[in-house]
Design a protein around this ligand. Structure first.
Ligand code: ASP
Length: 330
């Protein structure tokens, strides 16, 4: 018989317990929508590895200075949003009508506070707006004018449409629309999707997660994916894990993918790697509800899992005192 999970009260006390300083861990992803290996040149791969290392270094600087996991994931995701290589912020993909609608979320594992925005355009860093929702309102998810008003009230920087335009993502939309017009299925993961995210455990044992995306290329106007849905694409609880997902959002939402990992750890006492692999390789691989993608996750002890069920996922991680590592394919 399997080991019985600890009780809810034990978990609650673990969440609040003071933890003596111990090494930090950070993981980041730039999405499961990688260029197929056959199209990835050495120069392109070099650019991705360089970008991921810069992002890790931005997030790690916060943790090294004794900062919180929440600040580290916010910082890392801002760096990803600022890089047009990735589908979020500056490099967000286009909807079927040629607009850009961004989703983002952040969650603090210490008290399960969370903030998210959906369908926004204008704020340079949607993840900062998600954080403003968490810190400046009594709500979890804001959309539309209310979200943009909050961004202005919080003094967050806005950018014009030219800032967010990337030719490669515009071309991807034209290709997607042409495929759709011919009734063909788009099976190029890079053209279809991508997302960015970060999870961290700080020296105090606090966990946090942040995720940001332009969503899926050619999505219907108004479509919202898993990223800003707490428990689907983003989740954190100090007692178990912090998770940031990337992939076919509708399927991750149906599986409550990020929270399912927490549930398997909390209720079935599974270790992080087993819970994360089960969700990505078993749950997300079932018939009509099969969804390609992956996720990054960190547990209370700083262990990191980064499973994916597709060809690749831009990703990187660092443990305190060790060299950062980045990877694209298996
Ligand atoms: N999960 C994102 C969404 O569905 C897309 C992705 O990560 O590829 O909006």
């Amino acid at each position: 018989m399997g080991q019985v999970g600890s009780s809810a009260s034990e978990h609650a006390s673990r969440r609040k317990r003071d933890v003596s300083p111990s090494p930090y861990s950070l993981a980041v992803h730039g999405g499961a929508g990688t260029h197929p290996r056959t199209r990835m040149t050495d120069a392109m791969a070099h650019d991705y590895h360089t970008a991921l290392k810069a992002v890790l270094s931005a997030g790690e600087a916060v943790l090294r200075d004794g900062g919180s996991a929440l600040d580290a994931v916010t910082q890392a995701v801002c760096a990803l949003e600022d890089d047009p290589l990735f589908n979020s912020g500056r490099g967000a993909v286009f909807t079927a009508t040629g607009a850009q609608e961004m989703d983002a979320a952040v969650m603090d594992g210490t008290d399960r506070r969370a903030g998210a925005v959906a369908g926004v355009f204008g704020p340079r860093n949607p993840v900062r707006l998600a954080r403003a929702v968490m810190e400046r309102t009594e709500h979890v998810l804001l959309i539309g004018k209310g979200a943009l008003d909050l961004a202005r009230e919080a003094g967050l920087p806005f950018e014009e449409a030219e800032y967010f335009f990337t030719q490669s993502h515009w071309d991807a939309l034209q290709e997607t629309l042409a495929l759709q017009a011919r009734g063909e299925v788009d099976d190029d993961p890079w053209r279809r999707h991508g997302t960015v995210g970060a999870v961290a455990r700080d020296r105090e044992g606090r966990l946090a997660a942040a995720t940001s995306t332009g969503g899926m290329t050619g999505k219907a106007p108004g479509r919202v994916g898993d990223t800003p849905v707490i428990g689907a694409g983003t989740f954190a609880d100090n007692a178990t894990c912090a998770v940031s997902a990337t992939g076919h959002g509708e399927i991750f939402m149906r599986w409550c993918a990020a929270h399912e990992i927490d549930a398997r750890m909390r209720l079935a006492a599974e270790p992080l790697w087993a819970a994360a692999r089960h969700v990505v390789e078993v749950d997300l691989d079932q018939g009509a509800n099969a969804g390609s993608g992956g996720l990054i996750a960190v547990d209370a002890a700083g262990n990191i899992a980064m499973p994916f069920n597709c060809e690749g996922m831009y990703r990187g991680h660092v443990h305190e005192g060790a060299a950062p590592e980045t990877a694209i394919y298996r």
